[in-house]
Write a protein that binds this ligand. Structure first.
Ligand SMILES: [Zn+2]
Length: 423
């Protein structure tokens, strides 16, 4: 840490002339991150199935750590002794930690939310514990991530009425307590979270309140919880309309390829999701045309890599047939597929970034959708969302012949692919 250390600065390299997308350099204390960016999720200091040096090899510049897990084990005292999580886990690039609140509400049945904080029973010894906004920030200060998240009052995305409104206002009160408790503003940026469920008025109110605070970036939360996609994209879009252009916008918990491309067009810069590593555990590989289920017998004598355009170590060294054979050996297969799936997500976002810089993002979107949906059975929500930013998925007149140039990854033999759609 130097005296010149600046917690976060965003340089907009290009703005799409059609959609709300932008390509940026986000400079953090530990790395410069190209946006739009996908951030793989690590748990207990290591990504399930992946080592930090492998993420570095994949050119990953920022990953997520879970405060709930890290706060319990190894615990803030040990992390401080170790010199923060970066040193502890040997990851020298950027980190983002969540507040821990979401995990408590989702993992622990006994969580109870009061004005003071989230009360829960310790999963280790059953004792009663309280995660307050101050405690969350204290743990995140000792972890030392480049970006830290405010504690928010999380409600299910289907919640409506008084409880939803209460959660929204409490999230704002908790933000102010988090900002006050934050001891490292010089090298850690705290992101507030836009809440408000699926109520457009509440969401707008929340976003307008948050932008009054002096922070370096914003998150959009409380979505991707199984709500209707038509509601999802509208909440994303009205949030990005209000959040300032000169700060990064992080859409939490979103990671399906289609969602990433659409939400980048709606103006989001950062994404995270456990999906690519979770789906790897089920033997599923992400490819430009969707997913390959490597458990399927059709791969038993398929000696091609998962994706011949992919430069990851799994695609360089192993065939679909080999992966099919070991796919029931969870540890090894999960590891090899996780490497590929994270590589896929990072490459996808790199292509999005590059196409925005070349001002060819609309053509990229159309080519991407044709690969994912060769029969043009595009989901209606995606058609509507993209239409709202002037991209007409069903109108091919404007980009004849261009789309093949934009997409680098073309699957040559789609007949051999089990194409399971994810949205
Ligand atoms: Zn690969």
């Amino acid at each position: 840490m130097t005296s010149k250390a600046h917690a976060l600065s965003l340089k907009i390299l290009a703005e799409c002339s059609t959609t709300k997308a932008r390509a940026c350099h986000m400079t953090l204390p530990h790395s410069i991150v190209e946006t739009p960016v996908f951030m793989p999720v690590g748990t207990q200091g290591t990504l399930k199935g992946l080592l930090p040096e492998q993420l570095e090899e994949l050119d990953c510049k920022i990953m997520l750590g879970n405060t709930y897990h890290l706060g319990n084990r190894p615990g803030p005292e040990l992390l401080e002794k170790a010199g923060g999580l970066h040193k502890f886990m040997n990851w020298n690039r950027s980190l983002l930690t969540d507040s821990g609140g979401f995990q408590m509400v989702s993992l622990l049945k006994l969580a109870e939310i009061t004005e003071e904080g989230v009360k829960f029973q310790s999963p280790h010894d059953g004792s009663e514990m309280m995660l307050t906004p101050e405690k969350s920030i204290e743990i995140q200060n000792s972890i030392g991530a480049d970006i830290i998240m405010q504690l928010d009052d999380v409600v299910h995305s289907s919640t409506t009425g008084e409880r939803l409104e209460e959660a929204m206002w409490r999230t704002i009160r908790w933000l102010d307590r988090c900002i006050k408790a934050h001891k490292r503003p010089h090298d850690q940026s705290i992101f507030p979270i836009v809440q408000g469920g699926l109520d457009p008025e509440l969401r707008k109110k929340c976003a307008y309140e948050l932008i009054k605070r002096d922070v370096n970036g914003y998150a959009i939360g409380g979505l991707s919880g199984g709500e209707e996609k038509q509601d999802f994209w509208r909440m994303v879009s009205l949030s990005t309309d209000i959040l300032p252009d000169d700060k990064p916008r992080y859409l939490m918990g979103v990671g399906f390829a289609v969602d990433l491309v659409v939400c980048a067009a709606l103006g989001c810069d950062m994404f995270d999701c456990v999906f690519p590593t979770r789906t790897a555990r089920f033997g599923s590989a992400l490819v430009p045309s969707g997913q390959l289920n490597l458990k399927s017998k059709i791969f038993s004598s398929d000696f091609r890599p998962i994706d011949d355009q992919c430069k990851c170590s799994t695609c360089k060294n192993y065939t679909r047939a080999y992966l099919h054979t070991i796919v029931t050996n969870e540890t090894v297969a999960c590891h090899l597929l996780s490497v590929h799936n994270v590589a896929y997500q990072l490459n996808l976002m790199k292509s999005v970034h590059d196409s925005i810089k070349e001002d060819k993002f609309p053509q990229f979107i159309k080519a991407f959708f044709i690969q994912q949906f060769p029969n043009k059975d595009f989901p209606q929500w995606a058609i509507d969302a993209l239409d709202s930013v002037n991209v007409k998925l069903n109108d091919n007149k404007s980009d004849n012949g261009k789309s093949s140039v934009v997409l680098k990854n073309k699957d040559t033999d789609s007949s051999n692919i089990e194409n399971s759609k994810i949205s």
